[in-house]
Ligand binder design. Structure first.
Ligand code: LCS
Length: 393
């Protein structure tokens, strides 16, 4: 790369080292499914891996490569593999790193489908799993078995905002010859770089902060070492869950403002959290930036900022929470998160509804929990909106 010693925000604009023969200043959309070979020998060399020419878009495409190279650099990994969605990242990781008879230990509170696909589908192929409260390292230690191959962590966890100590888990994983995989969706590389804390593989739903504009779905996996990068890329190619060049172009465009979007949304989130914490109708609130968060010190240690995700419960449980959700006017009642717009949703009946109720409760996803993704609007408007909706309870 040309610019070696530049800061994170500069890398968002200039990172990845993209260049093309026409001197394009931004990355164009290479909207093609296939690429011409110069001659038969060149085609054979591309397939043999002796030439790095492009072959076919499921295997690789210049627009997608530009995004992969940029994100690999931001996460400090060997390489990145773009995929069609965050869930495509999850299934590619499970398929590439786990075999029949293997076991995985994971956070009880992870994005619902990450758990459902393991417990209800990979179990059909003989992969075992145990879900524990990974805030407590002793629970992870107790769950490790001789056949444990992967520890799969989401921190902060969706939607409980529980934090896992990445350095401690990385050490434990490696002592037990396991790989540490981290879902970094809630932070993005701007706030947390798990590979620098010892993780082996990191992934994102780029649908969220990385793209940031609620207009595409996408995922990416970053590996620290070449061997795992190759395994993951081969699995993505064979499963056919590649990104599309237009989707990659949209993410490259959104990524440029990641730093300024997160700065603004987390500044707003801190003010919203302070407002909610003092509000008489709030039963409890969990936000990494509040001293009342049980792992506040750990948040300060491993995250560069507190992010913009808040979970809370209104006094009066589900019924009162529904009144709140039905009466907000600025915040949009919708799933997803990490975009420029403020969103509100109810995990027990929406994002985490396919999880067993007992598993949800054990993970701290109470029926009354409301999840709030703070956007970049004027914070006075976000607070006024919550205030008027809370007054209706
Ligand atoms: N990991 C986390 C932490 C997520 O929040 C999500 C999606 C995924 C993975 C999957 O990514 P996708 O396939 O949707 O790109 N989370 C969602 C949520 O909380 N509401 O809607 C989607």
């Amino acid at each position: 790369m040309k610019h070696k010693n530049i800061g994170f925000n500069s890398k968002l604009i200039h990172g990845g080292g993209f260049e093309d023969a026409l001197g394009s200043a931004t990355v164009p959309i290479y909207q093609t499914s296939t690429f011409k070979f110069k001659d038969a020998d060149h085609g054979a060399a591309c397939f043999a891996g002796e030439s790095d020419g492009y072959i076919y878009t499921r295997i690789g495409n210049p627009t997608i490569s530009a995004l992969e190279n940029q994100i690999a650099e931001l996460e400090n990994g060997f390489g990145a593999v773009g995929v069609s969605s965050g869930m495509a990242a999850v299934t590619t990781i499970y398929m590439a790193l786990l075999n029949q008879g293997d076991h995985m230990v994971s956070s009880a509170a992870v994005y619902g489908p990450s758990r459902v696909v393991m417990e209800q589908h990979f179990s059909r192929f003989g992969v075992e799993s145990t879900y524990v409260n990974t805030e407590n390292i002793e629970e992870i230690k107790a769950a490790i078995k001789p056949n444990t191959k992967v520890i799969f962590i989401e921190t902060p966890a969706n939607p409980t905002m529980a934090i896992t100590d990445l350095e401690a888990v990385a050490k434990l994983a490696h002592e037990n010859k396991c790989l540490l995989v981290v879902d970094n969706t809630f932070c993005s590389p701007y706030l947390q770089q798990p590979l620098n804390l010892g993780a082996d593989v990191v992934f994102h739903s780029m649908t969220k902060f990385i793209n940031g504009h609620a207009d595409i779905v996408g995922g990416i996996i970053i590996a620290k070492e070449e061997a795992y990068y190759k395994k993951l890329r081969t699995m993505m190619i064979n499963m056919g869950c590649n990104m599309d060049p237009h989707q990659a172009y949209m993410v490259i465009r959104g990524l440029k403002t990641l730093g300024i979007r997160i700065d603004r949304s987390q500044e707003n989130a801190m003010k919203v959290a302070n407002f909610l914490e003092k509000h008489p109708k709030i039963e409890w609130i969990k936000y990494p930036g509040l001293k009342s968060h049980p792992q506040y010190d750990l948040c300060c240690k491993q995250m560069k900022g507190f992010g913009s995700m808040i979970s809370f419960e209104v006094k009066g449980g589900v019924k009162a929470g529904k009144v709140l959700m039905d009466n907000v006017e600025l915040a949009i009642l919708a799933v997803s998160l990490g975009g420029v717009e403020t969103l509100i949703q109810h995990p027990a009946s929406m994002t985490h509804s396919k999880m067993e109720k007992a598993s949800r409760e054990a993970a701290g996803i109470t029926d009354g929990l409301v999840r709030f993704s703070v956007g970049i609007e004027d914070v006075e408007d976000i607070i006024a909106d919550l205030d008027q909706a809370l007054a209706k309870i």
